[in-house]
Design a protein around this ligand. Structure first.
Ligand code: G3H
Ligand code: 13P
Ligand code: NA
Ligand code: ZN
Length: 328
């Protein structure tokens, strides 16, 4: 059944687990993620970006997720808007059946210009009031996602700031976080701790200088009852980089967020873990492998079936390691 983010994360906090939020824009991703959720007995957050909504269409997305909830009646599902950029995006998502929205007021509507604290509080509080009036949940974000190594936001994926960012912007301030949650009444808070969107997060395996789990610890100390959200949480597994590159890909060597760091985060109040890049890489790795191994193949299903299997395996691993397994 579809439930709200608040319902799911309250349960996760009570039982001390984290929930992966996987991005979806098509049927095969939905089936693979839900197959993993069923196999492990996990609840799940399915999230759609603005780009995903325009790719699949709001009507298709809603019917798809309703269909998945009928096919997998034993798994609780949250349908969440990822990185809403203004009131209209968030409210139209709710009208289309989303049970939760992210109002990302850390950036202006263009999703490129960092916004100031007052703008962020005002728009997030307004969206939260409207969403709560109709029973939907809201995730806010304080801090700008970007690399502590380069000061850059990462991939241009519709949710990356432009220009050089300072450490002040790149690490959420714990006192401001308290003020933000009190003023907005949001249900979950996305924080910045050195992760960024896309595959190119770190030039080496991250340590505390470039991935600040300490920031999460400090925020959790001041906000023990707030559900924290980690964006940019793909691990960019070496095996998937190798699979892609062994089959004609040209991805430069890169490092993501180690799963053990996410496990540490979950112990410090992280409840929602956003993962898109790993899912993309899992499917693409198999597309490339089939194209290499069977150059005469032209039935899309022969590409999609192994791609779904690779994605399912990835999701199962995250459900197990985040403690989501068995909590459906
Ligand atoms: O936050 C970004 C997500 O990875 C979604 O990306 O806008 O390309 O769908 P997208
Ligand atoms: P990744 O690019 O690390 O998968 O992050 C996804 C994300 O934060 C979506 O909001
Ligand atoms: Na941000
Ligand atoms: Zn994000």
């Amino acid at each position: 059944a579809l439930i709200t983010l608040r319902q799911l994360l309250d349960h996760a906090a009570e039982h001390g687990y984290g929930v992966p939020a996987f991005n979806i824009n098509n049927m095969e991703q939905g089936l693979a993620i839900m197959q993993a959720a069923k196999a492990t007995g996990s609840p799940v957050i399915l999230q759609a970006s603005r780009g995903a909504r325009s790719y699949a269409g709001d009507i298709m997305l809603r019917h798809m997720v309703v269909a998945l909830s009928e096919m997998y009646p034993d798994n609780h599902i949250v349908l969440h808007q990822d990185h809403g950029n203004n009131d209209a995006t968030c409210l139209s998502a709710i009208r289309h059946g989303f049970t939760s929205v992210m109002m990302d007021g850390s950036l202006h509507e263009d999703m490129k210009t960092p916004a100031d604290f007052d703008y962020n509080v005002e728009i997030t509080a307004r969206v939260t009031k409207a969403a709560h009036a109709v029973g939907a949940s809201v995730e806010g974000e304080l801090g700008v996602l970007g690399s502590l190594e380069t000061g850059e936001a990462g991939e241009e994926d519709g949710s990356g700031a432009v220009g050089k960012l300072s450490h002040d912007q790149l690490l959420t301030d714990p006192d401001q976080a308290v003020e933000f949650v009190m003023a907005t009444r949001c249900d979950a808070l996305a924080i910045a701790c050195g992760t960024s969107h896309g595959a190119y997060k770190f030039s080496r395996k991250p340590d505390g200088d470039i991935l600040s789990m300490e920031t999460i610890r400090r925020i959790n100390e001041k906000l023990p009852n707030t559900h924290l959200v980690m964006h940019g949480s793909s691990s960019v597994p070496q095996a998937l980089q190798d699979l892609i590159n062994a089959n004609g890909g040209e991805m430069p060597q890169t490092y993501g967020v180690p799963v053990e760091e996410i496990e540490r985060g979950i112990k410090m109040g992280v409840r929602k873990v956003n993962i898109d890049t790993d899912c993309r890489m899992a499917m693409t790795g198999q597309f490339r492998k089939i194209a290499t191994d069977k150059p005469a193949e032209f039935d899309p299903r022969k590409f999609l079936i192994p791609a779904m299997k690779e994605l399912e395996d990835l999701c199962r691993d995250r459900f197990e390691r985040f403690g989501t397994a068995g909590q459906a």
